[in-house]
Design a protein around this ligand. Structure first.
Ligand code: GLP
Length: 252
């Protein structure tokens, strides 16, 4: 079941999500032996949430000392220091500014020589720490969650995936609009990895460009053509939208 939580602006939605996550961490009272396990995305959608969480951490309203994180995905072939890698994104936009322990951060290694083994180990680590108390994600225009492109099955696990042309084009904005520079494959957690290991899933979708996929996620048949429709099979998913991304919901 998906609950839609609509805010006037993306900023208000991001503030709400950051405070919600901080409250959940505080209520959970994590410690060394009972960490709070959090799934995290990259992309422009979560940037406001990360900014607010940094602020709350600086104000000592929440601590990440006993929070263990797993990122959703990483490009193949980019080193962690590459400015377009998701490692780099996560460190500069979030991890470097909060009190998280480096050993509690997990991000798939896109440089791994044995990608199948890297993905299998990631699943094992998730099983060891899981379940996720919260998995936060964004959504691609075609309905991808993490890098689970159209065609990804409900049972998919962490694996290497070939990126869809539409994703390569959308993400080229981060590569000087040069499509040839965008990696053609990525490592990603699967749909099952998210839905079968998370107590709660929060998906962020802001702006007019997401209006179509928000409407499809809520109204289309549940099908691997639009992987985000699988979210409806989870008992506790919140889709956080703003006025622009919710536009088509109101027209129905
Ligand atoms: C990328 C990421 C996804 C993200 C999506 C949307 O392809 N792999 O995890 O959700 O883009 O990005 P944005 O939030 O910038 O719209």
């Amino acid at each position: 079941m998906i609950k839609v939580n609509e805010f006037f602006t993306a900023e208000l939605g991001s503030d709400y999500v950051a405070k919600f996550i901080a409250n959940k961490i505080n209520e959970f009272q994590p410690n060394e032996t009972k960490p709070f396990v959090l799934g995290l995305p990259t992309g422009s959608s979560p940037e406001g949430v990360y900014r607010k969480l940094i602020e709350l951490n600086n104000l000592k309203k929440v601590s990440f000392q006993h929070v263990v994180t797993f990122n959703m995905d990483e490009y193949c072939g980019l080193s962690p220091s590459d400015e377009q890698s998701y490692h780099h994104f996560m460190h500069t936009k979030f991890f470097d500014h909060v009190d998280i322990k480096p050993e509690n951060i997990h991000i798939l290694n896109g440089l791994s020589k044995n990608r199948a083994e890297e993905c299998a180990n990631y699943e094992k680590m998730i099983a060891k720490y899981g379940p996720f108390q919260i998995f936060m994600g964004g959504i691609g225009k075609e309905g991808h969650i993490a890098f689970n492109e159209s065609g990804s099955s409900r049972n998919s696990k962490t694996r290497e995936i070939q990126l869809a042309q539409s994703t390569i084009e959308a993400n080229s904005r981060f590569f000087n609009n040069d499509i040839s520079k965008v990696p053609k494959s990525a490592l990603t957690v699967g749909i099952s990895t998210i839905l079968d290991n998370s107590k709660e899933v929060i998906i962020l979708a802001f702006g007019t460009s997401k209006a179509d996929v928000v409407s499809k996620t809520i109204n289309d048949n549940i099908d691997s053509k639009t992987p985000s429709t699988f979210l409806r099979e989870h008992p506790n998913v919140t889709l956080v939208v703003d006025k622009s991304s919710a536009l088509l919901l109101h027209k129905k």
